[in-house]
Design a protein. Sequence first.
Length: 655
Amino acid sequence: MRARLALLVGAVLLFTSCVSEGGGGPVVLDARLVSFTSCDDVLSYVKEHGLERVTAWGLPGQYWGFFARDGVAVAEDAMAGAEAAPAAAPVPGVDYSETNIQTAGVDEPDIVKTDGQKLLALAQGTLFVMDVTGSSPQLVGSLPLRDLWVRDLVMVGDRALLLGETGGDVIPRPLMPDVVNGGGGPISALVEVDLSDPANPVIARRLLVDGRYLSARLIDGIARVVVSSYPTGLEFTTPQGPGLRAEREALGRNREIVEASTIENWVPYFVLEDGGGQTLAEGTLLDCGSARHPEEFGGFGMLTVLTLDLTQGLDGSVAQRSVGVLSDGETVYASSDSLYVATQRWVDWWGLEQLAATERAEITEGHVTQIHRFDITGTDRAEYRSSGEVPGWLLNQFSMDEYAGHLRVASTDAPPFWDTQESESMVTVLAEREGRLVQTGRVAGLGEGERIFAVRFMGERGYVVTFRQVDPLYVVDLSDPTAPAVTGELKIRGYSAYLHPLADDLLLGVGQDATEQGAIKGTQLSLFDVSDPSSPRRISQVQIGEGSSEAEWDHHAFLYWEPEGLVVVPLNVYRWNEDAQRDESFFGAQAVRVRDGELSLLERLNHQDGGTTTDWGYGIRRSLVIGDLLYTVSEAGVEAADLTTLEDVAWIDFR
């Protein structure tokens, strides 16, 4: 308990230091990153702050457990491709659908990828490779991933990069025998798969890196992979009994551990292996001179941006192409020129949960999110350019958008995981000035007492959805970056969790219907006419089930195929018929037609060939179009259906 109180006091001091003594408003801090000059500089910095903050239980914020996206460890698979057809290569958006991404030309990893000729899918801990050049798909190869927990993948030609984690005891450290991998901490696994023989996909190389894989972006074959790591090999003790003496003895031992630490404890390590597991290269992931830290202490985690040329494959020069920030990374967004990473100051959230709402509000008042910009226009390492900050918390990657030299950021000044009526949201516009992202304009007061549920920026406009009982859809005019303004507002029941532009004047929302009191009723799709920014209108709405859709929290699960006006979203409905004592749940997908400003329900799709519709393990997770077929993908397999009639054409079983 003393440790939690100590951490809580630290959090109070940290946040109150961000609030001015006179006017009560936030002090504008210099959020720029400071370069380390050497490894000695890094070590001196972390030791100084470590000795100040170490407790009888170790460093604050340490977490050694396995991390997986969405809080669930999911083994995923990637699929390799078939031989190239002799005809011209298929054209994305014309011959096949691509992964639903945020920024045109900036690919994002996903569990399914296609180039119109081969289809890769991750399922059941295996990478499946299919040939989709014929009238029906053919499963041609597979690659069991065994000890890898693969989250998603990207593909370049006949090469795929699988991204995920592996066990905490995998990395050997013969060069540093005294450094022990910390307590089974997460280890990122970046796996290069050779797809030149689709019938025999093989692991060509495997890059193992200390830390948790956060996200990645791919532009013209160059991948930027973001990893968040924590110190390793610091085997802290805990009090060996109750009482003040035991705590003081443990604190003393832990201070000695920090004092005796070396640079290898604080900088992440990497190992590059060939397909057979033989070590090709290893060492620290970063040159100390390529690491930076915020002027305001941001924690002991190291955020690393790796640059990988997938046209050439993985090699051992990863340290020369990596840049690091001594801070915890949370949210990643990329334009074609810039990579932005939003970071949060560390807080003992468990300790704050024990306080009354008024006390929590006082502590978190003035909280800011720092945003760091990296230049990714070249093919070498990302170059740090500038930093800034905005009030409050971001929802997800769609909270950031770069346009005409400005970064627009939507945020809420209350934590997204606490229910509070004392909140407001805002859109802040930043521009780069002499190494800083400085505010040029801000509009606040959005959704007072609510929090952001969805954001979409489109050119000179932004659309923000907030929710508590009703769903205000705000239209924000961003044409003047010095004076953003709300021009229109629409209040309806429920909310949209994902917004997708169909055209300049049409916006599709995927979310939940709700009662007037805010009680959730089930998944709905809403079509908004935003041609008049002063008066947005919902012109069509369909309710598709009592459950939820993965598209609400993962935009990669959403498909819009414009040539057919076809929308497909996963649908999971949990229902027990008490009268009939029967499970009437449904796990599949819903197809919807968008035509002439109207939404109409089409077929419900399911993988009955892979199991019953009430088996959640066979729920459809992705949909895509290749040629004249609609493909749906689940853990059970892939179904191909006629794009026009939606009638089944072929089934590929993954079991």
